[in-house]
Design a protein around this ligand. Structure first.
Ligand code: GRF
Length: 288
C-alpha cells in the first residue's frame, strides 16, 4: 500500500515537486491525495495540477487563525491520507490543527468530521525492539537549517549572515512549538568560501529535494523511525550503556574498556610517519 500524503504549500513548491517527481520515477511508493495552499496564487498549485494532483486553497486573509485552521481541517477531511507534509507552508500551526492529525487517534475532535488516518506506525528503537507509537502528530516539516539552530522563516539568511561554515536540512515531526519536534532526518551541507546567499541556498535546496522523498520512502517502508540516541540525555551513564550495547565507542577509562582506535585518514598518518622520521614533531598532537 503506498503511503498517502496531503502536501501543504505556500509558494514555489519545489519540495512538493521533488515528491511528485520521485513518485513518478518510482523512487517513492506514495500517493499525493491533495495539495493545499493558504495562497490561492501559489505557483505550487499549478505545478501540482500538471502532475495530475487535486488542489485546494483557502486564503488566511481576513480570517482568524482559528477559523482558518478549522476550515483547512474541514477541507482536508474530504481526502484520505496518512500524513500531512509541510513543504514550505508558511503558517504556524496551533494544537487545534495538530490534534486533528494525532497518531493512533481514529477519531478527531467532535467538531470535525472523521478522518481516515489508519496505517500502523512503528517507532523503532534498537534497544527495546519495535514499539507501537502512541502519540505524535502525523505532520512532517522540512526546515532549512540544523535545528535547533536557526528556526523561523528565514533560516537560510540567518545561518548565512551568522557566518556558519556548515549548515543543514532537518526533516522532523511537528509538535506544538515552531520548527520543533522529533528529528526524522538531518543532513549537512557546507558553505564554501566564495558562496553568496544564492549559491548557499541552492546547495541547501538540492539537499532538501533529495531528503524529503527519501524520508517519505523510509516511512512508507518502515513507519516512523526515531533513532534512540535522540531521546537520550547524553549523560555518562547513557553513553556507557550505549557502549556496552556496542553502539558507540566507550569513554576512556570506563568499565567497558578501552575505546577502539579511531581510523586515521591515510594522508594524515603518512604525514605523521614522515614527520616522525624527519624529527620535525609536526605530527605530534598539540593541546587545543
Ligand atoms: C524550503 O526551503 C523549505 O525548507 C522551507 O520553505 C522553502 C520552501 O521552498 N520550509 P519550496 O516552496 O518547496 O520551493
Amino acid at each position: 500500500m503506498p503511503l498517502k500524503v496531503a502536501i501543504l504549500v505556500s509558494g514555489r513548491g519545489s519540495n512538493m515537486a521533488s515528491i511528485l517527481e520521485a513518485i513518478k520515477e518510482k523512487r517513492l511508493d506514495a500517493q499525493v491525495s491533495v495539495v493545499f495552499s493558504n495562497n490561492p496564487e501559489a505557483p505550487a498549485l499549478s505545478t501540482a495540477r500538471k502532475f495530475g494532483v487535486r488542489t485546494e486553497s483557502l486564503s488566511h486573509r481576513g480570517m482568524s487563525r482559528r477559523e482558518h485552521e478549522e476550515r483547512v481541517v474541514e477541507i482536508l477531511s474530504r481526502y484520505e491520507f496518512d500524513f500531512v507534509v509541510l513543504a514550505g507552508y508558511m503558517r504556524v500551526l496551533t494544537p487545534l490543527f495538530l490534534e486533528a492529525f494525532k497518531s493512533g487517534s481514529k477519531k478527531i475532535p467532535s467538531e470535525y468530521k472523521q478522518l481516515t488516518l489508519e496505517p500502523q506506525l512503528i517507532v523503532k528503537t534498537k534497544a527495546e525492539g519495535d514499539v507501537t507509537a502512541t502519540s505524535f502528530f502525523r505532520v512532517i516539516n522540512i526546515h532549512p537549517s540544523l535545528l535547533p539552530a536557526f528556526p523561523g522563516a528565514h533560516a537560510y539568511e540567518d545561518a548565512f549572515n551568522y557566518g556558519v561554515r556548515l549548515s543543514g536540512i532537518t526533516v522532523h515531526l511537528v509538535d506544538e512549538k515552531v520548527d520543533h519536534g522529533a528529528i526524522l532526518a538531518q543532513e549537512t551541507f557546507v558553505r564554501l568560501e566564495n558562496d553568496d546567499l544564492e549559491s548557499f541556498k541552492a546547495r541547501g535546496l538540492a539537499l532538501e529535494h533529495k531528503m524529503l522523498p527519501q524520508v517519505l520512502q523510509d516511512i512508507s517502508r518502515r513507519g516512523i523511525s526515531i533513532l534512540p540516541f535522540k531521546r537520550g540525555d547524553g549523560s555518562a551513564e547513557e553513553v556507557l550503556s550505549e557502549a556496552k550495547a556496542g553502539r558507540m565507542p566507550a569513554l576512556p577509562g570506563s568499565e567497558a574498556g578501552e575505546p577502539p582506535a579511531l581510523p586515521v585518514p591515510s594522508a594524515v598518518s603518512e604525514l605523521a610517519e614522515a614527520s616522525a622520521i624527519s624529527g620535525s614533531g609536526a605530527g605530534e598532537p598539540t593541546a587545543q
